[in-house]
Ligand binder design. Structure first.
Ligand SMILES: [Zn+2]
Length: 281
Protein backbone atom coordinates (compact mmCIF):
# COMPACT_ATOMS: atom_id res chain seq x y z
CA UNK A 1 0.00 0.00 0.00
CA UNK A 2 1.30 3.43 -0.92
CA UNK A 3 1.01 5.86 1.97
CA UNK A 4 0.30 9.41 0.86
CA UNK A 5 0.54 12.66 2.78
CA UNK A 6 -2.79 13.24 4.57
CA UNK A 7 -5.09 15.96 3.31
CA UNK A 8 -4.83 18.81 5.81
CA UNK A 9 -7.39 21.60 5.70
CA UNK A 10 -5.41 24.30 7.54
CA UNK A 11 -8.49 26.28 8.58
CA UNK A 12 -10.39 23.30 9.99
CA UNK A 13 -7.26 22.06 11.78
CA UNK A 14 -6.56 25.50 13.26
CA UNK A 15 -10.09 25.56 14.68
CA UNK A 16 -9.50 22.09 16.10
CA UNK A 17 -6.18 23.15 17.64
CA UNK A 18 -7.83 26.21 19.25
CA UNK A 19 -10.53 24.01 20.72
CA UNK A 20 -8.03 21.49 22.07
CA UNK A 21 -5.79 24.18 23.54
CA UNK A 22 -8.73 25.74 25.37
CA UNK A 23 -8.85 22.68 27.68
CA UNK A 24 -7.82 22.75 31.33
CA UNK A 25 -4.21 22.72 32.41
CA UNK A 26 -2.20 20.03 34.19
CA UNK A 27 1.40 19.92 35.33
CA UNK A 28 3.88 17.29 34.17
CA UNK A 29 5.27 15.46 37.20
CA UNK A 30 8.69 15.03 35.54
CA UNK A 31 9.42 18.56 34.28
CA UNK A 32 6.84 20.74 36.06
CA UNK A 33 5.62 22.36 32.83
CA UNK A 34 1.98 23.12 32.17
CA UNK A 35 0.15 20.98 29.61
CA UNK A 36 -3.36 20.84 28.20
CA UNK A 37 -5.38 18.27 30.17
CA UNK A 38 -6.95 15.62 27.93
CA UNK A 39 -7.83 12.11 29.00
CA UNK A 40 -6.12 9.99 31.62
CA UNK A 41 -2.93 9.35 29.63
CA UNK A 42 -0.94 12.05 27.91
CA UNK A 43 2.58 12.81 26.75
CA UNK A 44 4.19 16.01 28.02
CA UNK A 45 4.75 18.68 25.36
CA UNK A 46 8.04 19.65 26.99
CA UNK A 47 9.84 16.49 28.09
CA UNK A 48 7.83 13.85 26.17
CA UNK A 49 7.38 11.73 29.28
CA UNK A 50 4.04 9.93 29.54
CA UNK A 51 1.82 10.96 32.45
CA UNK A 52 -1.33 9.53 34.07
CA UNK A 53 -3.78 12.25 35.02
CA UNK A 54 -5.07 10.15 37.93
CA UNK A 55 -1.63 9.47 39.40
CA UNK A 56 -0.68 13.07 38.84
CA UNK A 57 -3.42 14.29 41.13
CA UNK A 58 -1.84 12.25 43.93
CA UNK A 59 1.75 13.11 43.03
CA UNK A 60 1.09 16.81 42.94
CA UNK A 61 -0.01 16.76 46.53
CA UNK A 62 3.69 16.24 47.04
CA UNK A 63 4.44 19.90 47.76
CA UNK A 64 8.19 19.25 47.89
CA UNK A 65 8.23 17.86 44.34
CA UNK A 66 6.21 20.78 42.97
CA UNK A 67 8.44 23.29 44.77
CA UNK A 68 11.60 21.65 43.42
CA UNK A 69 10.27 21.45 39.84
CA UNK A 70 9.33 25.13 39.93
CA UNK A 71 12.77 25.99 41.24
CA UNK A 72 14.44 23.96 38.46
CA UNK A 73 12.37 25.86 35.87
CA UNK A 74 13.27 29.22 37.47
CA UNK A 75 16.96 28.34 37.20
CA UNK A 76 16.49 27.24 33.58
CA UNK A 77 14.84 30.55 32.68
CA UNK A 78 18.02 32.26 33.93
CA UNK A 79 20.21 29.70 32.06
CA UNK A 80 21.66 28.71 35.45
CA UNK A 81 22.11 25.07 34.48
CA UNK A 82 24.41 24.09 37.36
CA UNK A 83 21.78 25.11 39.93
CA UNK A 84 18.98 23.50 37.86
CA UNK A 85 20.86 20.18 37.73
CA UNK A 86 21.72 20.32 41.46
CA UNK A 87 18.04 20.91 42.30
CA UNK A 88 16.90 18.10 40.00
CA UNK A 89 19.37 15.73 41.67
CA UNK A 90 17.46 16.33 44.93
CA UNK A 91 14.28 15.22 43.10
CA UNK A 92 16.05 12.04 41.97
CA UNK A 93 16.91 11.22 45.61
CA UNK A 94 13.24 10.56 46.35
CA UNK A 95 11.84 9.74 42.86
CA UNK A 96 13.41 6.76 41.19
CA UNK A 97 11.06 6.28 38.22
CA UNK A 98 12.83 6.12 34.83
CA UNK A 99 10.92 9.21 33.61
CA UNK A 100 12.74 11.37 36.16
CA UNK A 101 16.14 10.07 35.01
CA UNK A 102 15.14 10.66 31.41
CA UNK A 103 14.25 14.28 32.22
CA UNK A 104 17.56 14.71 34.06
CA UNK A 105 19.44 13.57 30.93
CA UNK A 106 17.42 16.08 28.88
CA UNK A 107 18.48 18.93 31.15
CA UNK A 108 22.11 17.97 30.63
CA UNK A 109 21.56 17.95 26.83
CA UNK A 110 19.96 21.42 27.09
CA UNK A 111 23.02 22.59 29.03
CA UNK A 112 25.30 21.17 26.34
CA UNK A 113 23.28 22.91 23.57
CA UNK A 114 23.52 26.16 25.51
CA UNK A 115 27.30 25.81 25.68
CA UNK A 116 27.51 25.16 21.92
CA UNK A 117 25.35 28.25 21.31
CA UNK A 118 27.78 30.26 23.46
CA UNK A 119 30.58 29.70 20.96
CA UNK A 120 31.24 33.04 19.28
CA UNK A 121 33.78 34.14 16.71
CA UNK A 122 33.28 37.87 16.96
CA UNK A 123 34.94 38.46 20.33
CA UNK A 124 38.60 39.27 20.86
CA UNK A 125 40.52 36.32 22.33
CA UNK A 126 37.68 34.03 21.39
CA UNK A 127 39.82 30.97 20.78
CA UNK A 128 40.41 30.03 24.40
CA UNK A 129 36.85 30.78 25.52
CA UNK A 130 35.33 28.82 22.65
CA UNK A 131 37.53 25.84 23.44
CA UNK A 132 36.17 25.86 27.00
CA UNK A 133 32.55 25.91 25.76
CA UNK A 134 33.29 23.09 23.34
CA UNK A 135 35.02 20.99 25.99
CA UNK A 136 32.20 21.43 28.51
CA UNK A 137 29.61 20.58 25.85
CA UNK A 138 31.48 17.34 25.03
CA UNK A 139 31.69 16.37 28.70
CA UNK A 140 27.96 17.07 29.16
CA UNK A 141 27.02 15.03 26.08
CA UNK A 142 28.94 12.01 27.37
CA UNK A 143 27.27 12.37 30.75
CA UNK A 144 23.79 12.59 29.19
CA UNK A 145 24.47 9.50 27.07
CA UNK A 146 25.61 7.57 30.14
CA UNK A 147 22.42 8.51 32.02
CA UNK A 148 20.22 7.59 29.04
CA UNK A 149 21.96 4.19 28.79
CA UNK A 150 21.52 3.60 32.52
CA UNK A 151 17.84 4.61 32.27
CA UNK A 152 17.30 2.17 29.39
CA UNK A 153 18.91 -0.66 31.38
CA UNK A 154 16.81 0.19 34.47
CA UNK A 155 13.65 0.05 32.32
CA UNK A 156 14.65 -3.33 30.90
CA UNK A 157 15.27 -4.74 34.39
CA UNK A 158 11.98 -3.30 35.71
CA UNK A 159 10.08 -4.81 32.78
CA UNK A 160 11.73 -8.21 33.22
CA UNK A 161 10.92 -8.10 36.94
CA UNK A 162 7.23 -7.77 36.11
CA UNK A 163 6.67 -3.99 35.96
CA UNK A 164 4.46 -3.87 32.84
CA UNK A 165 3.66 -0.17 33.15
CA UNK A 166 3.54 1.24 29.60
CA UNK A 167 5.25 4.36 30.95
CA UNK A 168 8.34 2.32 31.79
CA UNK A 169 8.27 1.10 28.20
CA UNK A 170 7.82 4.66 27.00
CA UNK A 171 10.89 5.83 28.95
CA UNK A 172 12.71 2.80 27.49
CA UNK A 173 11.62 3.88 24.01
CA UNK A 174 12.54 7.56 24.47
CA UNK A 175 15.95 6.79 25.97
CA UNK A 176 16.82 4.53 23.05
CA UNK A 177 15.47 7.05 20.54
CA UNK A 178 17.70 9.78 21.98
CA UNK A 179 20.65 7.38 21.95
CA UNK A 180 19.80 6.66 18.29
CA UNK A 181 19.45 2.96 19.09
CA UNK A 182 16.58 2.85 16.63
CA UNK A 183 16.31 -0.94 16.44
CA UNK A 184 15.83 -1.17 20.21
CA UNK A 185 13.46 1.81 20.11
CA UNK A 186 11.36 -0.03 17.53
CA UNK A 187 11.31 -3.14 19.73
CA UNK A 188 10.27 -1.00 22.74
CA UNK A 189 7.44 0.40 20.64
CA UNK A 190 6.24 -3.10 19.70
CA UNK A 191 6.26 -4.05 23.39
CA UNK A 192 4.26 -0.89 24.24
CA UNK A 193 1.57 -1.96 21.76
CA UNK A 194 0.59 -4.80 24.10
CA UNK A 195 -0.27 -2.31 26.86
CA UNK A 196 -1.23 0.97 25.17
CA UNK A 197 -2.04 1.30 21.48
CA UNK A 198 -2.28 5.13 21.47
CA UNK A 199 1.09 5.40 23.22
CA UNK A 200 2.61 3.03 20.68
CA UNK A 201 1.25 5.16 17.85
CA UNK A 202 2.82 8.19 19.50
CA UNK A 203 6.16 6.37 19.50
CA UNK A 204 5.75 5.46 15.83
CA UNK A 205 5.24 9.17 15.11
CA UNK A 206 8.42 10.12 16.98
CA UNK A 207 10.35 7.29 15.34
CA UNK A 208 9.18 8.29 11.83
CA UNK A 209 10.34 11.87 12.50
CA UNK A 210 13.71 10.61 13.73
CA UNK A 211 14.03 8.64 10.48
CA UNK A 212 13.11 11.78 8.49
CA UNK A 213 9.97 10.17 7.01
CA UNK A 214 7.61 13.15 6.64
CA UNK A 215 4.66 11.18 5.20
CA UNK A 216 4.68 8.53 7.94
CA UNK A 217 5.08 11.24 10.59
CA UNK A 218 2.15 13.23 9.16
CA UNK A 219 -0.08 10.15 8.89
CA UNK A 220 0.46 9.08 12.50
CA UNK A 221 0.24 12.70 13.73
CA UNK A 222 -3.07 13.11 11.91
CA UNK A 223 -4.38 9.92 13.51
CA UNK A 224 -3.26 11.08 16.98
CA UNK A 225 -5.01 14.44 16.47
CA UNK A 226 -8.22 12.67 15.47
CA UNK A 227 -7.96 10.41 18.53
CA UNK A 228 -7.19 13.48 20.69
CA UNK A 229 -4.18 11.65 22.12
CA UNK A 230 -1.55 14.26 23.08
CA UNK A 231 -2.81 16.32 20.11
CA UNK A 232 -0.67 19.37 20.85
CA UNK A 233 2.46 17.25 20.39
CA UNK A 234 0.90 15.67 17.30
CA UNK A 235 0.33 19.16 15.88
CA UNK A 236 4.03 19.87 16.37
CA UNK A 237 4.98 16.69 14.46
CA UNK A 238 2.42 17.48 11.75
CA UNK A 239 3.91 20.97 11.34
CA UNK A 240 7.40 19.47 11.15
CA UNK A 241 6.13 17.17 8.35
CA UNK A 242 4.54 20.08 6.47
CA UNK A 243 7.91 21.87 6.43
CA UNK A 244 9.54 18.76 4.93
CA UNK A 245 6.72 18.57 2.35
CA UNK A 246 7.42 22.25 1.48
CA UNK A 247 3.97 23.34 2.61
CA UNK A 248 5.33 26.39 4.39
CA UNK A 249 2.15 28.49 4.43
CA UNK A 250 0.19 25.84 6.36
CA UNK A 251 3.20 25.15 8.59
CA UNK A 252 3.40 28.87 9.42
CA UNK A 253 -0.27 28.95 10.48
CA UNK A 254 0.18 26.01 12.88
CA UNK A 255 3.53 27.05 14.33
CA UNK A 256 2.24 30.55 15.12
CA UNK A 257 -0.60 28.98 17.10
CA UNK A 258 1.67 26.42 18.77
CA UNK A 259 4.21 29.01 19.90
CA UNK A 260 1.38 30.70 21.79
CA UNK A 261 0.30 27.45 23.46
CA UNK A 262 3.62 25.66 24.11
CA UNK A 263 6.60 27.98 23.71
CA UNK A 264 9.14 25.17 24.14
CA UNK A 265 12.57 25.12 22.53
CA UNK A 266 11.53 22.68 19.73
CA UNK A 267 8.61 24.91 18.72
CA UNK A 268 10.83 28.00 18.75
CA UNK A 269 13.47 26.25 16.63
CA UNK A 270 10.87 25.06 14.11
CA UNK A 271 9.34 28.55 13.94
CA UNK A 272 12.77 29.97 13.10
CA UNK A 273 13.30 27.30 10.46
CA UNK A 274 9.94 28.13 8.81
CA UNK A 275 10.64 31.89 8.84
CA UNK A 276 14.05 31.33 7.25
CA UNK A 277 12.67 28.91 4.63
CA UNK A 278 9.92 31.42 3.69
CA UNK A 279 12.49 34.17 3.20
CA UNK A 280 14.46 31.96 0.83
CA UNK A 281 11.37 30.77 -1.08
ZN1 LIG B 1 7.21 17.06 31.14
Amino acid sequence: MIVTFPRIDAKAYTNLLNKIAAGGRVMCQYCGNENVALGDTWVCAYCENANYASILAIKLRDAELVKSLNLVNDYLSESDFDSALAEYEKILDSNDEPGFHYRYAQLIIQYSNYEVASIRYDRPGFMEENALHRELSGTLDSRAKMILSKTAVACEIAFRNGNKDPFVLHAYFMSNLKLKNLKTAKRASEMTAMYSKPLQEYQQMALAAELGDATATATTADSQIKKVFSPINAFYYLTWSLVRAKRLEDAKVFITKLSGYIPNSSVKALEKEITNAMQVA
